[in-house]
Design a protein around this ligand. Structure first.
Ligand code: 5AD
Ligand code: SF4
Length: 473
């Protein structure tokens, strides 16, 4: 039987990256292998995001590009999954006549049956059913992870918070936590496949397990910290209202937990926070940041900011700038507010003009650039332990074979800063640098969005994890 090729275009958040991996896994028994060449594909899936207007626009512009391909290759199956699919359902089939399948955020487990039906019956299918338990997909160690050292693992789906700007509760459903045993097993399998770092995903990881009476999030972290062969744990996203002291202490107590927290504040104005239904005040947020910094002075803090939320006056916006100055984030994601379908704020009056939003966004980005650059500069001369993730950019095999010493590698500090480096000729290592190693790197130069380093030694804890790539220092 011939292999068939699957091309997945993942748009949007890390949750979608995880879901795309699950899609590839469930379709393996149907003999679909992943390809990065659109023209080779027998099945194209767009895994969509609707969190902001811009992400949704990307979906339809990508689908537009597929019209010609479908004409040339009538048997090509085109599927739209994820949040836009959940939100728009059958309307996508009307809007894009060559789409064969629309499947929602809870339908991944049903994909093999659906795809087989489309293959044999040449029909069009919509599956946006959200009710019932999310099916657990448990496939054991997966060789498709080869070479990858960092992986996402979803620990909870959905969200119950209903921030007024946000579409997530409508397209991802109610908050549901996965069983800790299943999560730990999944991570063990990933480690067996070569993964060394996991990022645990949930819309609000701090409330993990509460509804179901499972263990708490810090307890889950402690369980994961015990997994042999796993070197690093990250997680995202933390809702400030639920950031507990236990979680703060976990940063100090768990050796594998990276020194970084993403703590989206969204706005620095109490009036706007209230309208956003964020359930914390500026004061409470700053108090929690202070407490966290007391417990872990070196922790990197990053955040999300929305500018131009309905009713945000110039004074409200100034409060956001002021909060950014007070916290001095390591980095920020800033977004112009956009109306989302069903989200309450779409019905709020006092919308802010596009021009004003653009200007406010630029102000936030300029201010943050100052802090990011300063924080990166502070790293110069220090030695950082990084996990080597692979080559930093596409380099030809010939280059790599001819001048291995000059091949540019990339890794990340515990605080999530990107460090690029080359092995160099004056290396202290007898063997070459390899993916999956924990490496001590001296930071030689800071750039606005990355650091440049020089390897100075291998961390003994990472020796021998992958036999063929062990180092002798
Ligand atoms: N408009 C702009 N930004 C938004 N976000 C979520 N919804 C919207 C919206 N309607 C941002 C928030 C969130 C991040 C993932 O996306 O900052 O934390
Ligand atoms: Fe959206 Fe708020 Fe839930 Fe985050 S916590 S997913 S912003 S509703």
């Amino acid at each position: 039987m011939n292999t068939k090729y699957l091309y997945i275009n993942t748009i949007g958040c890390q949750m979608n990256v995880y879901d795309s991996e699950q899609i590839a896994k469930v379709l393996k028994p149907l003999r679909y292998r992943k390809t990065s060449f659109l023209e080779m594909a027998n099945l194209i899936i767009v895994n969509t995001c609707t969190i902001r207007e811009k992400a949704e626009q990307k979906v339809f512009s990508f689908l537009g590009r597929l019209a010609g391909l479908k004409r040339k290759k009538p048997d090509l199956i085109i599927g739209v999954g994820g949040c836009v699919a959940q939100q728009e359902g059958g309307k996508i089939l009307e809007r894009v006549p060559y789409v064969d399948l629309v499947f929602g955020t809870n339908a991944i487990g049903r994909l093999p049956v659906i795809i087989e039906r489309i293959e044999t019956k040449k029909c069009r299918v919509v599956d946006v059913e959200m009710s019932g338990q999310i099916e657990e997909l448990d496939f054991g160690a997966d060789e498709s992870h080869d070479g990858k050292v960092a992986s996402f693992v979803t620990i909870m789906q959905g969200c119950d918070n209903y921030c007024t700007y946000c579409v997530v509760p409508y397209v991802r459903g109610r908050e549901t936590s996965r069983d800790p045993e299943i999560i730990v097993n999944e991570i063990r399998c990933l480690v067996e496949s070569g993964v060394r770092e996991v990022t645990l995903l949930g819309q609000n990881v701090n409330s993990y397990g509460k509804k179901e009476g499972l263990c708490t999030f810090p307890e889950l972290l402690a369980l994961i910290n015990e997994i042999d062969g796993l070197l690093r744990i990250r997680f995202t996203t933390s809702h400030p209202k639920d950031l507990s002291e236990d979680l703060m202490l976990a940063f100090k107590d768990l050796d594998k937990l990276c020194n970084h927290i993403h703590l989206p504040v969204q706005s620095g104005s109490n009036k706007i926070l209230k309208r956003m239904n964020r359930k914390y005040t500026r004061g409470l947020y700053l108090e929690k940041v202070d407490k966290l910094l007391n417990i872990c002075p070196d922790i990197a803090i990053t955040s999300d900011i929305i500018v131009g939320f309905p009713g945000e006056t110039r004074d409200d916006f100034e409060e956001t700038l002021d909060l950014i100055k007070k916290v001095e984030y390591d980095s920020l994601f800033a977004f112009k507010y956009s109306d989302r379908p069903n989200a309450t704020a779409a019905r709020f009056p006092d919308k802010i003009s596009e021009q004003e939003k653009k200007e406010r966004l630029q102000q936030v980005l300029d201010l943050q650039d100052h802090f990011t650059t300063r924080k990166n500069k502070e790293q110069e001369g220090s030695t950082q332990l990084i996990l080597v993730e692979g080559f930093s950019k596409k380099q030809s095999v010939i280059d790599i074979q001819n001048r291995y010493q000059d091949v540019q590698w990339t890794g990340r500090t515990s605080t999530n800063k990107i460090v690029n480096f080359i092995q160099g000729d004056d290396t202290v290592f007898c063997n070459e640098i390899a993916t999956g190693q924990m490496l001590n790197v001296e930071i030689v130069k800071a750039f606005p969005h990355s650091l440049w380093g020089k390897p100075v030694g291998v961390e003994p804890t990472s020796l021998g994890l992958r036999g063929e790539e062990s180092y002798v220092a």
